[in-house]
Design a protein around this ligand. Structure first.
Ligand code: NAD
Ligand code: IPM
Ligand code: MN
Length: 376
């Protein structure tokens, strides 16, 4: 089958991590008999430089016509002084809301090969793991098109005060909870709603709606936790979590925190999805796939960025948008194989000093290793 993918490399390390992901997709296409057509589009800082806008209308229009979107990262210091609505990051918000992608799935699991890159002690990890193993496997489901990111904001006329508002409707909360429950149903059947219901009215609505919605899922254990405690529990006992569902801002922060437990933010992939009802005739489901990290200006252009989060995001695209489970699993197995063979980018280098057991490589070489593993 033919699949069309809107590819948005973006800024900083964005293009560096997108290149190996596309090469991996090409090999998947050759091996399994699919054709992936790429429409390369501009968004973010590079689009500001060439068109004056972070998200040109043509980018969103073309993205809508494709089967899925693969994005690197946007932003950088050269665009930091622009007014908020003209900053590169606005492109992400425009794509997410323009494509109706309200549920952002951010899986964070500790791969056994990266045990030595995780900063938490064995006994601490094992204490909360259901099987007593020094490991964890959780999924953050972040609401992506509402909350503080999309509420009214502004400044007083003299510029000395500013506000941002968090607004959530029942419908917005319900639909992302359903996405969370759908994920929990095929995992360990546990769902934790993370909020700040002891202070925020919007969080109290979240909790009320969650308590109602939970009744529809009697097979899934629903729990509730305040976000400050959740941030602490993530490092104290990550094994207690299966699916965590939370608001836009809380999910953003907790997923960066969780990424460190997996070894590095360079490992964390994500899928942004809308309602299941958006399936096309072809059987594809629109989604946007991106690593959770940013454009990493400090390492851009150095060929040191970890491309695995982007490669794993491409695997999520195969799974969720194209329903190509075998192909997605093959990419994940190839990543696993290169880690088994000791390949590491600097961010996932061993922390235990056993340096002889790893091969530190750059972005391109890591991509090549994954392709070799994929070609078997
Ligand atoms: P960042 O995620 O870009 O970088 C944080 C730290 O993690 C840096 O030290 C960086 O070198 C490291 N890092 C990130 N990705 C890595 C990778 N693949 N391999 C190895 N190391 C990696 O966050 P930041 O510095 O706060 O933001 C930089 C810019 O990126 C800002 O303009 C921000 O708005 C933007 N941003 C964009 C996205 C996105 O496009 N999805 C996400 C987050 C931040
Ligand atoms: C992310 C990023 C974005 C977000 C920014 C760059 C708008 O941090 O994808 O996690 O906060 O959603
Ligand atoms: Mn973020």
């Amino acid at each position: 089958m033919n699949y069309s993918i809107a590819v948005i490399p973006g800024d900083g390390i964005g293009p560096e991590v997108i290149a190996p992901a596309l090469e991996v997709l090409d090999v998947v296409g050759d091996t399994f008999g699919h054709i992936f057509n790429y429409a390369e589009l501009e968004a973010g800082g590079c689009a500001i430089d060439s068109t004056g806008e972070p998200l040109p209308a043509s980018t969103l229009e073309t993205a809508k016509q494709c089967d899925a979107v693969l994005l690197g990262a946007v932003g950088g210091p050269q665009w930091e002084t622009l007014p908020g609505n003209l900053r590169p990051e606005r492109a992400l918000l425009g794509l997410r809301s323009g494509l109706g992608l309200f549920a952002n799935l951010r899986p964070a699991a500790l791969l056994p090969q990266l045990r030595d890159a995780c900063p938490i002690k064995d006994e601490v990890l094992a204490a909360s793991n259901p099987e007593g193993k020094p490991s964890f496997d959780l999924l953050i489901v972040r609401e992506l098109t509402g909350g503080l990111y999309f509420g009214a904001r502004g400044r007083s006329s003299d510029g000395t005060s500013a506000f941002d508002t968090e607004t959530y409707s029942k419908a917005e909360i319900e639909r992302v909870l359903h996405s969370g429950y759908a994920a929990a149903a095929v995992r360990r059947k546990k769902l934790c709603v993370v909020d700040k219901a002891n202070v925020l009215e919007s969080s109290r609505l979240w909790r009320e709606i969650a308590q109602e919605t939970a009744k529809q899922y009697p097979d899934i254990e629903t729990t509730y936790m305040y976000v400050d405690n959740a941030a602490m529990q993530l490092v104290r006992a990550p094994g207690q979590f299966d699916v965590m569902v939370t608001s836009n801002l809380f999910g953003d922060i907790l997923s960066d925190e969780a990424s460190v437990l997996t070894g590095s933010i360079g490992m964390l992939a994500s899928a942004s999805l809308g309602s299941a009802g958006t399936d096309s005739e072809k059987g594809t489901v629109m989604g946007m796939y991106e690593p959770i990290h940013g454009s990493a200006p400090d390492i851009a252009g150095k060929d040191t960025a970890n491309p695995l989060a982007t490669i794993l995001s491409a695997a999520m695209m195969l799974r969720y948008s194209f329903k190509l489970e075998k192909e997605a699993a093959a990419v994940e197995a190839a990543v696993s194989a290169v880690l088994d063979a000791g390949y590491r980018t600097g961010d996932i280098a061993r922390r235990d000093g056993k340096k002889g057991e790893e091969k530190i490589v750059g972005t391109k070489a890591m991509g090549e290793a994954v392709i070799k593993a994929l070609e078997g």
